[in-house]
Each structure stands twice: as C-alpha cells, then as structure tokens.
Design a protein around this ligand. Structure first.
Ligand SMILES: C[S@@+](CC[C@H](N)C(=O)[O-])C[C@H]1O[C@@H](n2cnc3c(N)ncnc32)[C@H](O)[C@@H]1O
Length: 239
C-alpha cells in the first residue's frame, strides 16, 4: 500500500529505508521522495527566501538539499553560484535530473558531503536548510551551527523555517516523542543508525545557540495560511 500518494513509497519500503543508514535510506527513497510530505512545500521555501530579498546574496548554499526543493527558489534569489549539499548520492542524482531543464541550471553545483563537515570556508553570502534538522542530533547542533558560521562570509545570512517548541501537554509533542522513542530503539540495533528525530532545532533554544556562536538573530512570523501559519522564519546574520 502506497503511503501519502499513489506514487509515493509503500509502508514496507519506508520500513526498509528506516532500517538502513540515513544515507542509504535516502538513496532508496530518492525516486519517490517528492511524493512524500518530507519534501518542503514551495510556499514555505518562497516565504523563507523572501527574508533574503532586502540584501540579495550572490552565492548561496542549501544544506541537505535533497531533490532540490530549495535550489529552484535560490536560483531566482541569488545572482551567482547556487550550491546544494547532501550526503545521499540518490537524492543528488534526483536533484540533478529534475533541475537540468532549468534555464539557469548552469549556475547549480551539487556537492556530496556530510552536513557537519561542509568543505567550505567563508564562501557564501547566504545558507539555507529546509526540512532536515531532524537529521542532526541535539548534541551535534553546536557543531552544525559552527560549520555554518565558518562557511558564511562575514555578514552572511543563514535563513530557515522552524517552530516554537510546543508545550509538553500538546498531543503533537507526545506523537513526536513516541516516534523519537521508536527511532531510539531502532538505533540500538547493530549497524549504522538512521538519524531522524522530531522536536529539534526549535525556538527559543536555537536562537540562544545561534547567538552564542556569533549570529544576530531575527525571527519573523509565517505569512502563510494553515497548515504553515505557526512556522517561524529565522534569519541569522554572521556578525
Ligand atoms: C527530509 S530531506 C529534505 C530535503 C530538502 N531540503 C527538502 O526540504 O525537500 C533531508 C535530506 O537531508 C539529507 N541528509 C540527512 N543527513 C545528512 C547529513 N548528515 N549530511 C548531509 N545531508 C544529510 C538527506 O540525504 C536528505 O536529502
């Protein structure tokens, strides 16, 4: 039975993906990824990239770019190179296949790398990250933020959508905790882990973490209707 969409992955395929590593799981999911709710909707990308409009970047990097949800929008916002970084060869191949017909495709570069070790130093005017914070363990968040600080030029901006941590009594929190518990149990199995946890990189904690590492942070309410009305859009500028 297909999940989410007739052309989406089946329950069995999702199970198989979750039982392999994060990298290989996404390699397997890549051809069907765009038929899942895990792909960031265009409206969310557009609203987030609008934060860059008053200081348009020349060169930009989309972290964990997947099949390219953020890259298309970035082609319009940036004037120079648009780089997508991801660990999964399958997702990068899918991004390349989908984006090759874009009129400005020559400006796109896809790089296979671990997001905690991006091979760049003061290279970008802006960085983005959509729908991928769940793949970064809470203990790795300071390292993640430090890498973004390093890869941005002075004055560079990191923009992303996130949420305010919901109160502990909200049903969503308990669902997310249930999922996280399942993933923790799954990751007790021998072999490489599949890292995906909910309730990560949320406000207000993430603002404190960003400021601690030398970013000036601005948080904007989502201009989008339901179900995206409660998102918060964050702009963190490297001071
Ligand atoms: C849910 S998808 C989001 C893709 C895209 N940004 C979007 O919003 O549609 C998460 C992506 O993060 C990538 N990823 C997960 N862990 C990673 C890591 N440690 N380093 C680099 N990429 C990673 C996966 O391969 C996948 O393409």
């Amino acid at each position: 039975m297909s999940m989410f969409h007739p052309r989406g992955p089946t329950f069995r395929e999702l199970g198989r993906q979750a039982l392999s590593s994060t990298e290989h799981g996404y390699d397997l999911l890549a051809p069907k990824f765009d038929y899942t709710p895990f792909r960031t909707p265009d409206a969310v990308v557009t609203a987030t990239l609008a934060l860059l409009a008053d200081d348009p970047p020349y060169t930009v990097l989309d972290l964990c770019c997947g099949t390219g949800a953020g890259l298309r929008g970035l082609l319009e916002v940036a004037r120079g190179p648009v780089v997508g970084l991801d660990l999964s060869r399958g997702m990068l191949a899918e991004a390349a296949r989908q984006l090759k017909s874009e009129p400005q495709a020559a400006r796109i570069r896809l790089v296979r790398a671990e997001v905690l070790e991006p091979p760049f130093c003061e290279s970008f005017d802006a960085a983005t990250c959509f729908g991928a914070f769940g793949h970064i363990l809470a203990r790795d968040e300071p390292r993640f933020i430090a890498s973004i600080h390093r890869l941005l030029k002075p004055g560079g901006q990191f923009v992303f959508p996130t949420m305010i941590r919901p109160p502990f009594w909200s049903p969503g929190v308990w669902l997310a905790r249930g999922f996280n518990l399942m993933m923790r149990l799954r990751n007790l199995l021998p072999g490489p882990p599949f890292i995906m946890y909910y309730l990560t990189f949320m406000l207000p904690r993430v603002q404190v973490q960003l400021e601690r590492q030398g970013f000036e942070v601005e948080v904007v309410d989502s201009p989008l209707p339901r179900p995206f009305h409660s998102l918060k859009l964050v702009r963190a500028r490297k001071t």
